[in-house]
Write a protein of this length. Structure first.
Length: 293
């Protein structure tokens, strides 16, 4: 099941970690990167390990960890501590290409084998657009293997790297360079056969803006959205859950093709439908089933 809502929580904040459990997010990301000061990272690692170890084996929500970039010594320090808590997944920031995911996967393989764990259980979600060079490798993630959970993107680090004074218009829409990056992430995820997760809506006190961003993201093909505040979760979950009307229409589409085997183009309610419409209808029904579960 792909997550609709993925909530970042600072790994050094007991209060926010406790609050995240009841936020309703599908997936909670305990952060060791940007939200934790360097001098507090080691304490945060051990706190996260305690949180992971104390959680039930079948966690709801899932508990993931954002480590530091894989090319840094901090990342190895993160893994040495937090993997003993067996997180459900790792969020990999500043991923440069599929090679970074493959490198991280090799570390996970070695840990799981060493400790007699089920190989491949820990998934990986790279944030794939945070450096200028990474934009040119978004088509590479199909090489990552089965640990790849999805693909997501970010604008903050990227805009700082190129010296942009802003990456959004006054109405909240993305400026042209970041519209491009967002689109490439979406297509890179589709090419790799994994969910595309939209980036955060930083203005967490603007629910109307968040809802508009979520509806646009789902319309464009994204499967979920990152969050930075518990108050964002209900809106994200609502927007990325198929409506009753969508499910009813998708059911009709699937049934129409089932009733006409071997026919690739059919009419429904005055519209011509072909196999891409059938694939979309099946995706909507699968999402609805996941959300109901």
């Amino acid at each position: 099941m792909s997550a609709r809502s993925l909530l970042f929580v600072p790994g050094d904040s007991d209060r926010k970690i406790a609050k995240s459990a009841d936020a309703g997010a599908d997936l909670v990301i305990l952060d060791l990167e940007d939200s934790v000061m360097p001098q507090l990272k080691n304490a945060a690692r051990h706190r996260i390990r305690e949180v992971l170890a104390s959680a039930t084996p079948r966690r709801v929500p899932q508990l993931w960890v954002r480590i530091n970039p894989v090319q840094t010594a901090e990342a190895m320090s993160d893994l040495l501590v937090i993997l003993h808590g067996q997180p459900d997944g790792i969020v990999l920031p500043k991923a440069r290409s599929a090679e970074d995911v493959i490198q991280l996967a090799q570390h996970l393989d070695a840990f799981e084998q060493r400790h007699g764990l089920q190989c491949g259980d820990i998934r990986i979600l790279p944030i794939a657009t945070e450096t200028p060079a990474s934009v040119f490798t978004l088509g590479s993630y199909g090489l990552c293997g089965p640990r790849l959970y999805g693909l997501t993107w970010g604008a903050e680090d990227l805009s700082a790297a190129v010296g942009a004074s802003a990456h959004q218009q006054t109405d909240g829409s993305w400026t042209a360079p970041y519209q491009l990056v967002r689109s490439l992430c979406l297509f890179g995820a589709a090419a790799a056969g994994v969910p595309a997760i939209d980036t955060v809506h930083a203005d967490f006190r603007n629910p109307a803006g968040l809802k508009a961003a979520c509806l646009q993201a789902r319309r464009d093909g994204f499967d979920g959205k990152l969050a930075i505040h518990p108050d964002q979760i209900a809106i994200i979950n609502e927007c990325f859950t198929p409506s009753t009307a969508e499910v009813a229409y998708a059911t009709r589409v699937v049934q129409l093709f089932a009733d006409n085997p071997g026919v690739a183009a059919l009419a429904l309610d005055g519209r011509m439908l072909d196999l891409p419409h059938l694939r979309l209808a099946r995706k909507i029904l699968a999402q609805a089933k996941d959300r109901a579960g």
